[in-house]
Write a protein that binds this ligand. Structure first.
Ligand code: SF4
Ligand code: SF4
Length: 135
């Protein structure tokens, strides 16, 4: 039995697709959804853990990829560099767990490491490279 944690990004046209049903039924995989959200630009994001035979996981990933789902591995560690952060808030709507959050009184952004699931979704949106991801 192998386990793999992945971040899946679905284009809007795939939001109604019963993807997890197919992974379970057609590929004999266990699917544990760790986080799910829809971004402001209507992309769907799922952080999932797949469990099953390695070959079944590979086939399931191939199925997702063929559908047009973007697949990223979950990171090992995420570091927020406070000194680089400009508090622009670009990462706030992207973060599925509110690990990056805004204090509305001070209008400053902070990072709660305990809430971070290391999905890496904040990395491409930060214009100041204040978030570092280690795979
Ligand atoms: S990697 Fe970034 S977006 Fe993902 S949970 Fe951690 S802080 Fe939030
Ligand atoms: S996107 Fe980067 S600079 Fe902007 S608030 Fe988030 S961590 Fe700070």
């Amino acid at each position: 039995m192998t386990k793999k944690r992945l971040v899946l990004t679905f284009p809007p046209k795939l939001l109604d697709e019963p993807v997890t049903y197919h992974l379970i039924k057609d590929y004999d995989l266990m699917v544990n959804i760790l986080r799910a959200n829809v971004t402001p630009d209507e992309e769907g994001r799922l952080v999932i853990e797949l469990s099953g035979e390695r070959s079944a996981i590979d086939k399931g990933i191939k199925y997702l990829s063929g559908l047009g789902v973007k697949i990223q591995p979950v990171a090992q560690d995420v570091k927020w560099h406070k000194e680089k952060c400009d508090h622009c808030t670009a990462c706030i709507p992207i973060c599925p767990t509110q690990a990056l959050f805004l204090d509305r009184k001070t209008m400053t952004v902070s990072f709660d490491n305990k809430k971070c699931i290391m999905c890496g979704l904040c990395i491409p949106v930060c214009p100041y490279k204040a978030i570092e991801i280690l795979f």
